[in-house]
Design a protein around this ligand. Structure first.
Ligand SMILES: C[S@@+](CC[C@H](N)C(=O)[O-])C[C@H]1O[C@@H](n2cnc3c(N)ncnc32)[C@H](O)[C@@H]1O
Length: 296
């Protein structure tokens, strides 16, 4: 083998930033879902003549975004993809964010161009993600629908079709979800139901762990859901604030998502030290489940 040529280090400058409002990873999809109705923005930087660079782009219904996983400090050669069985895969055979050069690549619907702002459809980028480049998506060059997709083909065979589990919320969990939605406009139940209806088994990548003999916990960004599984039914017992009070009350700690909502939740629902262990809360009796959900 010939001697490798030492690679120069490169300096890249963002051309703009994503405004998706998604403050935590849990809120962002693993890949953009075509079926969801979403409007996100990419704001390009001023004084760079990017307005001219955007000329002629509006005629394309899709664009590629080349971007930086700026919230990922490290990379790993083997990763645990969130879909499918808990099996590690070689990083380069996945779309994991944990890459030596954390570059993301996402095709998104282009809904409009207004001066230096692009209006785009569903995306898998968090709020504030730096964008390095934009290219038109050209089906003749970029689409090869018959290509083999390695291990994802096997996993998707089991994933396509109807969800495997029915998910229900207890009255307490319903009360938590309604209170969060009404008072804080926090609503992560659709994503929670989607994930649990597919596979509620313990999995680090899906942030599911066992809490005790009968209960499991799934991390949902700033929140958690406690649930049980019996054959093909998942019952969500309660929702919880994910951060402990000592973090929430520490003004030095920056960037805690939904901080005030978490503090108010703990006060309202008497959540002790960031954990609701008892499902019995004044005014809400644990009892038969009231809502059965089968996500589309
Ligand atoms: C599985 S990756 C796929 C990204 C891109 N479509 C790709 O294939 O390169 C998408 C996930 O990256 C994470 N993510 C999004 N924006 C990020 C950011 N700025 N920094 C770190 N992680 C981010 C979110 O958890 C999201 O669900």
């Amino acid at each position: 083998m010939s001697e490798p040529i030492p690679a120069p280090s490169l300096t890249l400058h963002p051309i703009g930033y994503v405004r998706s409002g998604k403050q935590v990873k849990f809120q962002t999809l693993h890949q953009p879902a075509e079926s969801t109705e979403e409007r996100n923005l990419i704001e390009l930087l001023p004084d760079q003549d990017y307005e001219h660079a955007l000329r002629d782009l509006a005629g394309f219904s899709r664009i590629w975004l080349v971007w930086w996983f700026h919230k990922n400090p490290n990379w790993r050669p083997l990763v645990l993809p969130p879909r499918g069985p808990a099996q590690r895969r070689g990083l380069f055979a996945t779309r994991s964010p944990h890459r030596p050069n954390p570059i993301g690549l996402t095709p998104v619907k282009l809904l409009g161009v207004e001066k230096r702002v692009l209006i785009i459809g569903p995306c898998d980028l968090m709020e504030g993600t730096p964008v390095f480049d934009i290219k038109p998506y050209i089906p003749a060059y970029d689409s090869f629908p018959d290509s083999a997709a390695g291990w994802t083909d096997e996993v998707d065979d089991g994933f396509d079709g109807p969800p495997s589990f029915t998910v229900r919320l207890t009255p307490l969990a319903l009360a938590h979800a309604d209170w969060l939605r009404t008072n804080w406009k926090v609503d992560f139940t659709a994503r929670l139901l989607e994930l649990l209806s597919r596979d509620p088994t313990v999995h680090r990548g899906r942030r599911i762990r066992r809490r005790n003999e009968s209960q499991f916990v799934i991390g949902c960004g700033a929140w958690r859901a406690v649930f049980r599984v019996e054959t093909e039914v998942v019952e969500i017992d309660s929702l919880e604030a994910a951060y402990p009070l000592r973090f929430l009350g520490d003004a030095e700690r920056e960037g805690i998502p939904d901080r005030n909502a978490q503090l108010a939740f703990i006060a309202r629902w008497k959540q002790e030290k960031g954990v609701t262990d008892s499902p019995t809360v004044r005014g809400v009796k644990p009892g038969p489940t009231t809502r059965r959900v089968r996500p589309q």
